[in-house]
Write a protein that binds this ligand. Structure first.
Ligand code: ARG
Length: 469
């Protein structure tokens, strides 16, 4: 990036000395805000069309501005555009090049606007596009989870509380738990998008402009829901970016929890799933190792995004109205939150369909953990014993099982009857893992019937949302 061009041509009228070289570099944002170029140009095109519509630009001036902006777009995309730190940011780099290309008409583009409403508009256009992409990725990931749930609606695994075996569940039910988390993340982003999709352009520096601008027209051209209603607020607040980071932090928190489970499941001690080699790496010293790097990284990257949320909240909290240069610091955290979320979602969307649960190992773990102890307690309740008493009875049976290394289902009827004479031959269906999950047959329960019912509902939602995208 060069620093040959002086920014002074843009604003130095009242200055008596040129900017200190360090200060110039310190205050510049072009190194990172140049990624907004497409939205900056899109906003400028709409602004130029509006200026022509209200009679501020002639048709010839507008056309030459549009030509110039399209040339700049091409230059940036083919890598021939030369960015200059001296021109501070993406906005002034593009405007300066425009004037270089088309002469005086270029200098008229900034009529009735300021970089303050320009940058707020650019970020909102950028975020709207990124949110749409992220929503698609969430759906792609959810599609994989639904597929797994369908395939494993009756695959038994132990369910945990406190990471101790609790009750048998189905792998499909577990996949759908992740799916539910992501549905809420999806809704949060859709909601956030509504507040992103409001147009600051026309607010100018802070108070609006004396030119007869037509904000409804620019709004329509840029596809915003409506123009902002208060110019001070519109150039100043970045709550929409904070909201996005909050939604991103929650989504990543969910992915981090899923990662943690995948990591545990791939350990030799659990051995519940196999992660294909392409999502893992080896160790340079321990030849036997296959490490679950992708989920570990997603878990780690969650910390970055949580940090970005705090950065943006802190950035905003003491700013008086209206625009302050502090806001230039919104971009790096926001961009990194977007990149990190996109990368993590992509990793998960690619990885989930490739997971292969090891049915035998999961079943064995459920048996070893006395996962059907609650089922025995519920059975005794059905035979008239109060729950607290049946809890006690089953506790004793479990102790006997531990001492003799056998699961409840492995005990003879006689052995079971020493704990309660209410226990009869029909107990063995109850203590079987499949009987246990089948019995939890209500909305939200783990039975295969319910899992398939939820799969159907999830599939229908997915199809409807895909149509809207
Ligand atoms: N680079 C600035 C930012 O990112 C653009 C707006 C600058 N406005 C100003 N008056 N200095 O916020």
């Amino acid at each position: 990036m060069g620093n040959d061009n002086s920014s002074s041509t843009m604003w130095n009228g009242r200055f008596t000395e040129s900017t200190d070289a360090f200060v110039q570099a310190f205050t510049a944002s072009v190194n990172f805000d140049n990624r907004l170029y497409r939205y900056d140009i899109e906003g400028s095109i709409a602004h130029a069309k509006m200026l022509k519509k209200v009679g501020i630009l002639t048709k010839a001036e507008r056309d030459s501005i549009l030509d110039g902006l399209n040339t700049i777009l091409q230059e940036i995309e083919d890598g021939s555009f030369s960015w200059s730190v001296a021109l501070e940011d993406v906005h002034m780099n593009i405007e300066s090049r425009l004037t270089q290309l088309i002469g005086d008409a270029g200098k008229k583009l900034h009529t009735g606007r300021s970089r303050n409403d320009q940058v707020a508009t650019d970020i909102r256009l950028y975020m709207r596009a990124e949110i749409d992409f992220i929503l698609e990725e969430i759906l792609r990931l959810q599609e994989g989870l639904i597929e797994q749930a369908k395939k494993h609606a009756d695959t038994i695994m132990p369910g945990f509380t406190h990471l101790q075996v609790a009750q048998p569940i189905t792998f499909g039910h577990h996949m759908l738990a992740w799916h539910e988390m992501l549905s809420r993340d999806y809704e949060r982003l859709v909601d956030c998008r509504k507040r992103v999709n409001v147009m600051p352009l026309g607010s100018a520096a802070l108070a609006g402009t004396t030119y007869p601008i037509d904000r409804d027209y620019t709004c329509e051209l840029l596809g915003f829901e409506r123009p902002s209603y208060n110019s001070l607020d519109a150039v100043s607040d970045r709550d929409f970016a904070i909201e996005f980071c909050a939604a991103a932090a929650l989504t990543l928190t969910h992915l981090s929890r899923c990662s943690e489970e995948l990591i545990i499941w791939t350990s030799a001690q659990f051995d519940f799933i196999d992660l294909p080699d392409r999502f893992c790496t080896g160790s340079s010293i321990m030849p036997q190792k296959k490490n679950p790097d992708v989920p570990e990284l997603v878990r780690g990257k969650t910390g970055r995004v949580n940090g970005h949320l705090i950065s943006l909240l802190t950035l905003m909290k003491s700013q008086p109205l209206a625009y302050n240069k502090d806001n230039q610091e919104d971009k790096e955290p926001l961009f990194d939150a977007v990149d990190t979320l996109k990368g993590s979602l992509r990793a998960f969307a690619d990885m989930i369909p490739a997971i292969d649960p090891k049915k035998e190992a999961m079943r064995k773990a459920a048996i070893q953990g006395f996962a059907t102890a609650t089922d025995l307690a519920d059975y005794l309740v059905r035979k008239g014993i109060p729950f607290r008493d049946s809890h006690e009875v089953v506790g004793k049976a479990v102790r006997f099982g531990i001492q003799n290394s056998m699961d409840l289902s492995e005990m003879s009827l006689q052995q079971l009857q020493q704990f309660s004479d209410k226990i009869e031959e029909d107990i063995f269906d109850v203590l079987a893992l499949d009987g246990s999950v089948n019995a939890r047959n209500h909305t939200g329960g783990t039975s295969p019937t319910q899992v398939l019912r939820q799969v159907a509902i999830a599939q229908q939602r997915l199809e409807e949302l895909k149509k809207q995208l």
